[in-house]
Design a binder for this molecule. Structure first.
Ligand SMILES: [Fe+2]
Length: 145
């Protein structure tokens, strides 16, 4: 199933939302390989780019969490780690192109409905309204977002 970006997916943090839009685009690109003439090597190459995109996005979010002194850093970062592990595990274990496309598509859909709707929303809410007394640890580090 192709995914479409809708406003109810917005966190309100532009850079995070831009990355999430890109992830949805990549997801749809991966789906394009399903039942297409593309071979498994082409899909694996696309998945490698997808994995890189996720890793970069997660790193940006984690740096941002550190910058703002986010109290739920550990559990949020653990969800990122689990996603990368699953992406790698599926890519390594599945040799059937169409099966792999379906598994990755389902994984991303799950990620959207659980991580984005849960952990990312909580992070965005905290970033907009940090707890009293919590100050950004590095006021100069604005480059992440
Ligand atoms: Fe996240």
């Amino acid at each position: 199933m192709r995914l479409e970006w809708t406003s109810d997916l917005e966190t309100g943090i532009e850079s995070i939302d831009d990355d999430h839009k890109l992830i949805i685009e990549f997801h749809n690109r991966i789906l394009h390989y399903h039942r297409s003439e593309a071979d498994i090597l082409m899909l694996e190459r696309a998945l490698s780019d997808f994995n890189f995109l996720f890793s970069l996005h997660f790193l940006k979010e984690e740096n941002f969490m550190i910058e703002i002194g986010y109290p739920d850093f550990e559990s949020h970062a653990k969800e990122h780690e689990t996603m990368i592990k699953l992406l790698n595990a599926y890519s390594e274990a599945e040799t059937d192109k169409n099966e792999l496309c379906q598994k990755i598509a389902f994984l991303v859909l799950q990620w959207l409905t659980s991580h984005l709707e849960g952990a990312d929303r909580r992070l965005a809410a905290f970033a907009k309204h940090p707890l009293p007394g919590v100050e950004r640890q590095n006021q100069g580090a604005k480059a992440y977002f």
